[in-house]
Design a protein around this ligand. Structure first.
Ligand SMILES: Nc1ncnc2c1ncn2[C@@H]1O[C@H](COP(=O)(O)OP(=O)(O)OP(=O)(O)O)[C@@H](O)[C@H]1O
Ligand SMILES: [Mg+2]
Length: 325
């Protein structure tokens, strides 16, 4: 973090107990529902605190104080420009993909990689865990990564293969990755809900959920389960966005695809998870297999970048493009 960023993130209140109106009882209620830091309280909703048994007036007061402390309040357009300056880009470590993304993936928002099995979604995630550790001058975030793995496909050995290409010692690289396997959708949700302290303590600047919808899809079966499923998914993604904002971290999710039922002649696929995931992902990148083991990344949604494509390869060293040396 540079000096300017430090100034912005230097919360006036350091711990929950510092917040006006928060005594030991309120602090423990907050912690019980996953709000352990001033940063995360600043992004909380009054209703969330009320369900934990905190009075509405107190909840409002506490959230306001946390927001003031974090400078999350109404801003003028010119101030918004200043706030946007806090957004950092994280290099993917693959030149063609970086060009497609105008330098890399953004902090304070969700980037979604979607595609069929074996297209490289998890490979990209593992590479990002390495590049996030690079200093900012080299396109990194000088931080750690948090990896929530729902499919048990994260491999430390793979990270160790990728790290040297970026000049990072393999063992050191692993020390800056915090890993959790999520066994159910509920477990996945709880892990993220309780992540704020881990994120703060370890200077996590990249949060990965690989894959985000898998458990939800296999557990919520049938039409009547669709609404509750989407509601839980919505909550989960909201938490992810809020954590990425509070800690100026990049959030990355992966997603499978399904064939669109009515299309006969062209093979059209779309990401699973419905409108919720699409709405919450700021940037969406579709991965597909090309000839000669090539992978093609296509930017299908971005707040301000044009659509485009980038060829890449999965090699021993990670994700690369032909102009990477
Ligand atoms: N060390 C390596 N060298 C070269 N290619 C590798 C290496 N490790 C993995 N791969 C390739 O990466 C691909 C798998 O990519 P990945 O696991 O990222 O897919 P995915 O998109 O996450 O799939 P899924 O939907 O099943 O999770 C395979 O084609 C595999 O051959
Ligand atoms: Mg995968």
């Amino acid at each position: 973090m540079d000096a300017e960023q430090m100034e912005y993130y230097k919360a006036k209140y350091q711990t929950l107990e510092d917040l006006p109106g928060v005594g030991p009882a309120t602090a423990s209620k907050l912690k019980e529902i996953g709000f352990r830091t001033v940063e995360s309280v600043a992004t909380a909703a009054v209703a969330e605190l009320v369900t934990a048994g905190i009075g509405e007036a107190t909840a409002e007061k506490v959230i306001q104080a946390a927001r003031k402390s974090m400078a999350i309040t109404f801003v003028r357009g010119d101030e918004l420009v200043e706030l946007r300056k806090q957004v950092r880009r994280l290099t993917t470590g693959c030149s063609s993909l970086d060009r497609l993304l105008d330098g890399g993936i953004e902090t304070q928002s969700i980037t979604e990689f979607y595609g069929e099995f074996g297209t490289g979604k998890s490979q990209i995630c593992q590479q990002l865990c390495v590049t996030a550790q690079l200093p900012e001058e080299q396109g990194g975030l000088d931080g750690s990564a948090l990896y929530i793995d729902t499919e048990n496909t994260f491999r430390p050995e793979r990270v160790m293969q990728i790290a040297p290409r970026f000049g990072i010692d393999p063992q050191e690289a692993l020390k800056r990755i915090i890993y959790a396997e999520a066994y159910t959708s509920n477990h996945q949700t709880v892990l993220l809900e309780n992540a704020d302290e881990v994120i703060k303590e370890n200077n996590v600047r990249l949060i990965i959920v690989d894959s985000v919808v898998g458990h939800f899809r296999s557990e919520y079966l049938g039409r009547e389960m669709l609404a509750p499923r989407q509601q839980q998914l919505n909550k989960h993604l909201h938490k992810l966005i809020r954590l990425s904002r509070a800690f100026n971290a990049a959030a990355v999710i992966t997603n499978q695809v399904m064939a669109q039922p009515d299309v006969f002649f062209a093979k059209v696929v779309q990401p699973v998870g419905g409108h919720i995931v699409g709405h919450m992902s700021h940037s969406r990148i579709f991965l597909r297999k090309g000839r000669n083991n090539l992978r093609i990344a296509k930017l299908t949604a971005s707040p301000y970048l044009p659509e485009g494509e980038a060829p890449l390869r999965i090699t021993e060293q990670g994700i690369e493009s032909d102009d990477d040396v």
